[in-house]
Design a protein around this ligand. Structure first.
Ligand SMILES: [Zn+2]
Length: 407
């Protein structure tokens, strides 16, 4: 498993044309009421080039001219003729997204605006084999395509946002910790041969960061970090508007930074890793064990406790539930402080399961990181919930394909 050596590529007329076309398509798909004049102003391309590119995109069913909107507050004679707005064509192409978590997968259909039109879920059990796992994934996607009114529409690709580690170059899920002993799944090859379309794969944290960059609050941010907390914890890092991937795509694994060198052994081989202290799995398990010792909390009324229950009870003021969220945030903040010191982000977006805790998490994370970074005298790094909340990796799976289209 080696990464192909990168080549320095020159630009010829054809590749420049393709780059310009991708740029124009990206502006139309990720913007609102974009006109040819807006594109010309922002890209420096000539109006003639833009007109040619837009005509091509319209004929290929990727872009439409928006019907003129009447504005009763202004007379068109007074303000002059409004420029024609362009929008992504949502009628001819679809993008298929697949988020693979530890215990379940979610498949979605989306249009070029990253708007979901269909969503289906399947779950995995502890007895899963590589064969039963891939059968479930194929059945899930087929059932969604059958239900999703896809006739006459072209699939632009399948985006797979998966828990890692992954061999992104070859499209293989390697051996994620605690993944029901599943390993070495050539997911790209399996899906390409089953569905006869291009398949792109990335880890769920990178995918979530891409969704935030293309369609979320971070469209204009050149440097930001997405942090997802679920059964594990990881980060998707955007530097200079590009995803920071490292040599082979293993970057952003903040869940495996040591926070206690005398701590317990982690499945990754390291000791005292952050995610042994700060994950949804750990917090739920702590809730159960503390309640078994006789903790006084309304949570004791429940037969089975999950993360959503902890959030729900914390929101109505249950002290024990609040203390669990507090503890989670205290540990997650260690990861955030390290990320701020390393990457100097403009903003940190948090998503995956922790997003369900909303302001309860944001306030604590903000307070635990304040004054603990070298830059804190000079700047404040706001911590915000991802635009896609706990669904960030689901939208991220779609963003993986759209990001390819815009390149
Ligand atoms: Zn570890």
């Amino acid at each position: 498993m080696t990464k192909a050596k990168s080549r320095i590529l020159g630009a010829n007329n054809q590749s420049t044309k393709m780059q310009n076309r991708a740029l124009v398509l990206k502006m139309i798909c990720t913007g609102t009421n974009v006109s040819r004049i807006d594109i010309s102003r922002q890209t420096g391309l000539s109006k003639m080039s833009i007109t040619n590119i837009v005509s091509e995109l319209i004929s290929e069913g990727l872009v439409v001219i928006q019907p003129e909107q009447t504005d009763s507050s202004n007379s068109s004679a007074a303000i002059g003729r409004k420029p024609v707005s362009l929008a992504p064509d949502t009628g001819h192409h679809i993008v298929l997204g697949l988020y693979i978590a530890r215990d379940y997968a979610i498949a979605t259909l989306s249009n070029l605006k990253c708007e979901m039109t269909e969503e289906k879920k399947c779950t995995f059990s502890f007895e899963e084999s590589n064969i039963s796992f891939t059968d479930k994934i194929k059945t899930l996607i087929h059932s969604m395509l059958d239900a999703g009114m896809t006739e006459g529409k072209k699939i632009l690709g399948i985006g797979v946002a998966s828990i890692g580690p992954l061999d992104i170059e070859n499209g293989v899920i390697l051996e994620p910790p605690n993944f029901h002993t599943l390993k070495s799944i050539p997911i790209r090859q399996i899906l390409e041969s089953e569905f006869q379309c291009s398949v792109y794969i990335d880890n769920d944290m990178n995918a979530s960061a891409l969704a935030e960059k293309l369609y979320g609050s971070a469209k204009d941010a050149e440097n930001f970090t997405y942090v997802g907390v679920t059964n594990g914890i990881g980060a998707g890092i955007i530097t200079d508007s590009e995803l920071f991937t490292g040599d082979m795509g293993f970057s952003g694994e903040i869940g495996h930074m040591t926070i206690n060198c005398e701590g317990p052994r982690c499945a990754c081989g390291n000791t005292g890793c952050l995610e042994l202290y700060a994950s949804i799995l750990v917090i739920v398990s702590q809730a159960k064990s503390t309640i078994a010792l006789g903790m006084d909390s309304a949570l004791t009324e429940l037969a089975v406790i999950d993360w959503k229950d902890i959030v729900k009870y914390a929101q109505i003021g249950d002290k024990f539930a609040l203390s669990l969220i507090d503890r989670l945030c205290l540990y997650v903040s260690i990861g955030l402080v390290n990320l701020i010191n390393m990457f100097d982000p403009l903003t940190i977006y948090i998503g995956h399961d922790i997003a369900l805790a909303g302001s309860l998490a944001v306030q604590r994370l903000q307070s635990y990181t304040e004054g603990r970074t070298l830059s804190s005298k000079y700047k404040r790094v706001p911590i915000e919930i991802s635009s896609f909340g706990d669904k960030a990796p689901v939208f991220g799976s779609v963003a993986i394909v759209l990001n390819q289209l815009f390149r």
